[in-house]
Design a binder for this molecule. Structure first.
Ligand SMILES: [Zn+2]
Length: 151
């Protein structure tokens, strides 16, 4: 999925789930969701998040292959546990965003290994990145966001 589709998926995740969590600033919760929604692609040398994160992104994208460990639910849970040592509220936010990213990538033909490194089993779908199917999804997400915000 493209950068903006991932952000929109994160926003939808936030709008649907944020009411179940409390214990901090809602705007910061949203920022953590948005960060989580694009963070896995830091392993992609051409991604916006990799470029925006400077040397850290360069090192990570050099060390890890795209859609490898960073695109794993296992890694998302490890991040969740680590962040929850600091603050459970924002750890949930990052997990929501991160999971929304994985959902977005699961439906593409390249797919992801959801349980890497424990399993190399790959889940994939028919929606090709940047093609017609993704634009339909993008449109659907925009409609969902408008519905959640105004109706
Ligand atoms: Zn990705």
């Amino acid at each position: 999925m493209l950068f903006y589709t991932h952000l929109l998926l994160g926003i939808v995740g936030f709008l649907l789930l944020n009411k179940y969590f409390s214990g901090g600033y809602e705007w910061l919760f949203l920022l953590f969701v948005l960060l989580g929604s694009v963070l896995p692609d830091i392993d992609d040398g051409k991604s916006k998040i990799k470029k925006a994160s400077g040397i850290i992104g360069s090192v990570i994208s050099f060390l890890f292959k795209h859609r490898g460990i960073l695109h794993s639910l296992i890694f998302a849970l490890v991040l969740f546990v680590l962040l929850s040592l600091w603050d459970i509220y924002y750890a949930w936010a990052l997990l929501i965003g991160y999971t929304s990213h994985l959902v977005g990538d699961v439906i593409t033909p390249m797919g992801i290994q959801l349980f890497y490194p424990f399993s190399r089993w790959k889940i994939r779908g028919p929606i090709r990145v940047g093609k017609f199917g993704e634009w339909i999804i993008l449109f659907g997400l925009v409609v969902l966001v408008i519905k959640e915000l105004f109706f």
